[in-house]
Design a protein around this ligand. Structure first.
Ligand code: GLN
Ligand code: ZN
Length: 758
């Protein structure tokens, strides 16, 4: 018999119940008891959603983050959080976000743990902190409570935890000591944990070791061997889980570790499955992740079954089936969607539907295909309909893509000649000032957008309301004395959604929320078909803004790579092709702006870096097509048009050459918090074009002083010639209020004036 299981279920809830409960708790609108009650109710519902599986993950439910849960389970709590009064959960929130309650007194607030991305997903975890004195101590109450709670409800429990090697690898040593020195004592705590779990009559434990899909140095490979040798005598069975990619060099290692089963990502590593079967000792279980846990498309059950039947013949009872990774990365339930086009909806599967697919596949193998013939036929209909849908395929778009050539991505002249023309035309002073695009999104703006969406506000009234915002924004920028102005983006709630909603090929869910961190969720749009642009998307707003001022107005667009990386992307063609389609619609928008006399255009690529593959060996391929797509979108303009790009980071060390190849006239980046240290890369690499290293940390309510900004720019000027420097904030200002923004920008302008004099 084939065994079905799941690696993890989304915690946030169909209607984001957990988010709202957390936020109410933090603002003291509900008690801890009520928060715990909501959590218990949600878990009950989630387990019910999974009750057809043979094994159900427990321990995956998290109030904030699964890695932070692990830190608490291992007793690895930062010193600064140790002696605070109150209870465990409050301390947990303090490590996560600096404080538990919004109005918490300063004496119990602490520095929040660092947050970073979980592999190549948009989920963020709290980085474990280590030092040479780190002392692990098993504190498994939370996990054990969830297990007993589940057992009482008759759940077939399989606890899930992060494996010791991955846990160590994800953390940061705070005192430069070698993390691996901690391995032995860490593994000891895992051994104790397994002992405790066996007392609860747990048979299988899922131990996640996703770093097996990254390039591991030899000391980490040895760490794997040592760890699992030590844990080999556990009284529970261990299922070692890898996901998010291929094992490659680690394949032999993964197969040889003395555990009882191995889970692999059979979506991303389908071509390794046979090699794994060949290498895996035949007393071990192989769990195949055959339903995509990272995307929202239906599985083609016929194709998958055909393939699985072959493998089943080899593996027989050793074959398990699961999603490729935790379902944390997809929305919970498609049934909630009431407004999606019915055809498009029929092509999709969210977490609940993915588990249903798993059940159908297992039943087909266990009881014969006839037992699920209806489900398989209906799946085949949907798959077929999608394949041939006129919504998906647009021959005009495809023909245009087919004719793409390198010329399209080249500016007419090289930067130096363009810069001369632009400087003659724009007559900008030294250290010119600008902003990154958005200005404060006030309650009134958001209300107007909501009213427009719900039909309460007519198009005319809405347009008027936005124009008033634009006037306000332009006036303030003029009176402050900025050199290059923006319209302020009041009409955009999100830099991808705003464009996606005006393009063919994009769909939007109502409840397709995916946790990003803590109580924060994102709702990625869905790219289902060939992308085309029926009308210009920003020209009216930008031209209106330009009509209000003699100063230069900068047009503001989101780049193709960012549009791609922040969406659920179709899986029936390579990502690079979808990206290219996006690049053409942005290119057309750029050219329309240029025709309307907008001579400076910024194309934001906030998410370019986060699309980098997990393995460095694949970076070049990604960067090649990503940079090419960006260049096609940006570089069709005349020499006199100035192209800006913006990125919300500046860790460029490893990709600086690719960034330079984008050939933007000006790039603005985030640098204020790092004290310009991130600019070190420019010591070695002579970045050829203009650059605006952010001097105003827009993530903080603090207003930076003139001196601090002058000082930051002076540091920048040590590495980049002053005539190629711009002065600007780190990122858009939409989350700040007007009061802060006015003060900060006014200081920024004073700083720039002071720099000019020097
Ligand atoms: N132009 C966008 C803004 O200012 C850029 C946002 C971003 O980089 N994340 O809001
Ligand atoms: Zn940004």
């Amino acid at each position: 018999m084939v065994v079905t299981h799941n690696l993890g279920f989304p915690s946030i809830g169909k209607q984001r119940e957990l988010k709202f409960a957390l936020e109410k708790y933090w603002s003291r609108n509900i008690s801890q008891e009520e928060l715990l009650q909501t959590a218990g109710m949600l878990r009950k519902q989630f387990w019910k959603n999974q009750d057809k599986l043979d094994l159900v993950p427990v321990g995956d439910f998290s109030f904030y983050d699964q890695v932070l849960d692990m830190s608490f389970l291992l007793g690895n709590i930062p010193k600064r959080a140790e002696n605070l009064s109150y209870n465990d959960l409050d301390n947990y929130f303090r490590v996560a976000r600096g404080r538990s309650y919004v109005d918490e007194s300063d004496c119990t607030c602490i520095q929040a743990g660092e947050m970073t991305k979980w592999f190549d997903t948009n989920y963020h975890y709290i980085v474990p902190e280590f030092n040479k004195n780190t002392n692990f101590k098993l504190q498994a109450q939370r996990l054990i409570a969830q297990i007993t709670e589940a057992q009482k409800q008759g759940v077939k429990v399989k606890p899930v935890i992060i494996g010791p090697v991955t846990y160590l690898w994800l953390g940061k040593s705070k005192d430069e000591s070698n993390k691996l020195d901690l391995l032995d004592s860490l593994v000891e705590v895992y051994a104790q944990l397994f002992k405790e779990l066996s007392k609860l009559e747990i048979k299988w434990v899922q131990v996640d070791e996703p770093i097996l899909v990254t390039e591991l140095e030899s000391n980490w490979q040895v760490a794997f061997k040592d760890t699992y040798d030590t844990l080999a005598n556990s009284q529970v069975k261990l299922l070692l889980a890898s996901y998010f990619g291929t094992l490659q060099d680690n394949l032999g290692l993964a197969c040889s570790l003395p555990v009882d089963g191995l889970h692999i990502d059979a979506i991303n590593a389908r071509n390794e499955v046979q090699a794994v079967i060949d290498n895996l000792p035949d007393d071990k279980v192989l769990s195949l992740g055959i339903v995509d846990g990272r995307n929202i498309w239906k599985t083609d059950l016929n194709v998958t079954l055909l393939w699985l039947k072959e493998i089943y013949q080899q593996l027989q009872n050793r074959m398990w089936l699961a999603p490729s990774c935790s379902l944390l990365h997809v929305p919970m339930d498609l049934d909630s969607e009431q407004e999606l086009d019915v055809d498009i909806k029929s092509w999709l599967a969210f977490a609940v539907q993915k588990l249903e697919e798993l059940n159908i596949l297992a039943q087909a193998l266990n009881k014969g295909q006839a037992s699920v013939v209806k489900q398989i036929v209906s799946n085949a209909d949907a798959i077929n309909a999608r394949k041939h849908s006129p919504f998906v395929h647009n021959s005009t778009v495809q023909e245009r893509i087919a004719q793409v050539n390198d010329e399209l991505g080249n500016r007419q002249s090289e930067y130096k000649s363009r810069a001369k023309l632009q400087s003659k035309k724009f007559k900008l002073p030294l250290y010119p000032t600008t902003t990154i695009g958005s200005f404060p999104q006030t309650l009134e703006i958001r209300q107007a957008r909501r009213d427009y969406k719900s039909g309460k506000l007519s198009t005319k009234k809405y347009t008027q309301a936005m124009q008033i915002e634009i006037q306000h924004c332009v006036q303030i920028q003029e009176s402050l004395g900025l050199d290059v102005l923006v319209h302020g983006e009041p009409e955009r709630n999100d830099m991808v959604e705003y464009f996606g909603q005006q393009l063919n090929g994009y769909a939007f869910s109502q409840f397709g929320w995916v946790r990003s961190y803590g109580s924060r969720c994102v709702k990625p749009p869905i790219i289902f078909g060939d992308i085309s642009r029926p009308n210009s998307m920003t020209v009216d707003w930008t031209a209106y803004a330009q009509s209000l001022t003699k100063k230069l107005m900068k047009g503001m667009l989101t780049g193709p790579v960012t549009m791609l990386n922040w969406s659920f992307v179709r899986d029936d063609q390579p990502r690079s092709v979808t990206c290219l389609q996006l690049s053409f619609v942005i290119r057309d928008e750029v050219l329309d702006l240029e025709k309307s006399n907008i001579n400076i255009i910024q194309i934001d690529e906030a998410a370019l870096r986060e699309g980098l593959p997990l393995r460095k060996s694949q970076w070049k391929t990604y960067l090649d097509w990503a940079i090419k797509a960006y260049r096609i979108s940006a570089n069709g303009v005349s020499d006199e048009t100035q192209i800006h790009t913006h990125m919300c980071y500046s860790e460029f060390n490893d990709i600086i050459k690719a960034i330079a190849q984008m050939d933007a006239d000006v790039i603005t980046i985030e640098t204020s918090r790092s004290d310009m240290e991130l600019l070190d890369v420019f010591d070695e690499f002579d970045y050829p074009n203009e650059i605006g290293p952010g001097v105003y940390d827009i993530h903080s309510p603090n207003v930076p002083s003139v001196d601090s900004m002058v000082e930051l720019m002076q540091k920048a000027a040590q590495r980049i010639p002053a005539k190629r420097l711009w002065v600007n904030p780190d990122c858009g200002l939409k989350t700040r209020n007007w009061h802060e923004v006015r003060l900060a920008l006014s200081n920024m302008i004073l700083a720039s004036k002071q720099l000019r004099q020097e």
